[in-house]
Design a protein around this ligand. Structure first.
Ligand SMILES: Nc1ncnc2c1ncn2[C@@H]1O[C@H](COP(=O)(O)OP(=O)(O)OP(=O)(O)O)[C@@H](O)[C@H]1O
Length: 236
């Protein structure tokens, strides 16, 4: 496999290495000189006040936002030296996203939204059964045939989580994954993330939820566009 279809699993480099990353929108600087290494298999929680740059950092980690300065290495490869097509293949094959806005396709049922990444990336296979299993895991099998407009915010969020997890991404990036869910669901969603992580997948979660942060192997806190150590062995 090349770096363009998967993140090299055996590389001695950190899975992700950010060096001197800055991001500005016009005259507004939202990230200042971020240095952060993420090792394969980590479960990293990013906390911090509203507007401190957490989602922007997650967008950069997911190759959705281009940094204004600095270096972003993925398994030692400069992510921004890849072509648009290579980046897009990497996003589709190795990265999974749970966004604050769910980005579900309104014309598709819950089942088809969850199955879509499988259908886009792979021929054959029983994608319908896999998507159904994933919906069961998030407690929504009974709503498989419903479209997003027929689902509550929390149900849509669970569909989005099922869609992100179905391909078991090497690096899962989740922005406030429990934000729209009733507290009774938080433990289940966290358990799904922990299972993925226990299988060796790397998880990065932006969260205000102390329960999620406590379960992570490392926390970093952002404040005014810079990262601060919160706990763990190697927070920059
Ligand atoms: N596209 C954009 N154009 C201009 N400013 C932006 C843009 N995206 C984000 N910002 C600004 O960057 C800053 C950081 O935003 P970001 O969404 O990363 O913060 P956050 O810590 O995730 O906040 P929250 O917890 O409220 O989601 C904010 O001041 C925001 O207004």
């Amino acid at each position: 496999m090349t770096h363009t279809t998967a993140i090299a699993a055996t590389s001695p480099s950190p899975l992700v290495s950010l060096r001197g990353i800055g991001k500005h929108y016009g005259s507004l600087t939202v990230l200042h000189d971020i240095h952060l290494d993420i090792q394969a298999g980590e479960f990293l929680a990013i906390t911090g006040p509203s507007g401190s740059g957490k989602s922007t950092l997650l967008g950069i980690l997911g190759l959705l936002e281009r940094p204004s300065r600095g270096t972003h290495l993925i398994s030692g490869v400069d992510a921004w030296s890849l072509s648009d097509a290579e980046q897009s293949r990497l996003r589709g094959s190795a990265l999974g996203f749970v966004f604050q806005q769910f980005h579900l396709l309104p014309e598709l049922t819950a089942l088809d939204n969850v199955a879509r990444p499988l259908r886009l990336n792979r021929r054959g296979g029983d994608w319908r059964a896999e998507a159904h299993r994933m919906l069961e895991r998030v407690g929504l099998a009974h709503r498989a045939g419903h479209r997003p407009a027929q689902l509550s915010g929390g149900e849509q969020q669970r569909v989005a989580i099922a869609r992100a997890l179905i391909r078991r991404p090497q690096l899962l990036l989740a922005d406030e994954p429990t934000g729209n869910l009733p507290p009774a669901m938080w433990g289940d969603i966290l358990e799904l993330f922990r299972e993925l992580n226990t299988d060796g997948h790397t998880v990065v979660v932006v969260t205000h939820d102390p329960l999620v942060a406590r379960r992570a192997s490392r926390n970093i806190r952002m404040e005014g566009g810079v990262t601060e150590r919160a706990n763990g062995p190697s927070a920059e």
